[in-house]
Design a protein around this ligand. Structure first.
Ligand code: BMX
Length: 285
């Protein structure tokens, strides 16, 4: 396939940028996300990474970000603890000023859902959802090949659905969300460790990982009841950690058969947000 251009994927923990050629990531660089940075500093971080990939102003550039991007291109953290200085930030306008008109921004999980649906693990599925279990829990829903969108950019934010196992308030302000159980920040907080990687490496918190997997299984079952999903792909640093999807599948298998769906790993691994951001950008023209 002829997909070519550049992409940025800014998550709660890391920011990646890539040069994409012939539908594949040809070169990739990444850095830690500055969770306290405002729009100017985030744009400067993107520009730094892109410069190292020989990006030139005017080249096609798709930008995926954690948080919602509304119809006017304004960027808002939904979980205000993840990106603390991003509220009504005019991302679309500022991207165009800095990088040219050939840019477009979208939520990171929505971008990944587009890529997985078109060229990844969702190909051939009619009612498809992509879930990322990472710093937060994000999602994108693609029905009949079309991403479900809303004017406020919230559509698909399935991590903010409440969970029967939830007992904490999450950074969205909602009580007991799936993200408050299964998000990397939430798991790290519950374990009293700096981040989710440390939780996995400690080998001492299987109970927290099991609880996270169970809450994701319930979320998938609920989404299947609402949308008649025929496939769900899971990505993200926790979602793709060894054994995690198997735990989710084992929990989901205990549900009545009618409410079960196929659960598969993201086909594009950690590149789906980058590839989907560029696909979305090129859809514009
Ligand atoms: C949160 C939310 C989503 C995002 C998801 C995954 C914020 C800042 N983030 O649910 O918009 O898609 O996390 O994000 O409100 P990641 O940081 O784990 O990649």
């Amino acid at each position: 396939m002829s997909l070519a251009g550049f992409a940025v994927d800014l998550g709660g923990t890391k920011i990646a940028a890539a040069r994409i050629e012939a539908g594949r990531v040809a070169a990739r660089v990444q850095d830690r996300t500055d969770a306290g940075a405002g729009l100017d500093a985030q744009l400067a971080g993107m520009a730094r990474l892109l410069a190292s990939l020989d990006y030139r102003s005017g080249d096609p550039l798709g930008v995926a970000v954690a948080g919602r991007v509304d119809r006017d291109g304004n960027w808002h953290a939904v979980n205000a603890r993840t990106l603390r200085a991003i509220a009504a930030a005019p991302l679309g306008t500022r991207l165009a000023q800095r990088f040219g008109e050939n840019t477009r921004a979208i939520n990171d999980a929505a971008a990944a859902a587009i890529a997985e649906a078109r060229i990844g693990a969702g190909q051939g599925a009619r009612n498809f959802a992509y879930l990322t279990v990472s710093t937060g829990v994000g999602g994108g829903i693609v029905l009949d090949g079309k991403l479900v969108e809303s004017a406020n950019g919230l559509a698909g934010h399935v991590g903010f659905v409440s969970s029967p196992k939830g007992a904490r308030r999450c950074g969205s302000g909602r009580m007991g969300t799936v993200e408050s159980i299964a998000g990397g920040n939430a798991i790290a907080m519950a374990a009293g460790l700096p981040d989710a990687r440390a939780v996995f490496e400690s080998g001492k918190h299987d109970d927290l990982i099991d609880l996270a997997a169970a809450s994701i299984a319930t979320l998938i079952t609920d989404l299947t009841a609402i949308l008649g999903l025929d496939r769900v792909a899971i990505g993200g640093s926790i979602g793709l950690a060894p054994g995690f999807i198997d735990k989710v599948k084992a929990q989901a298998a205990a549900e009545p058969a009618l409410f079960q769906t196929a659960i598969v790993p993201a086909g594009l691994s950690h590149d789906s947000g980058l590839l989907g951001a560029l696909l979305h950008c090129l859809d514009k023209t």
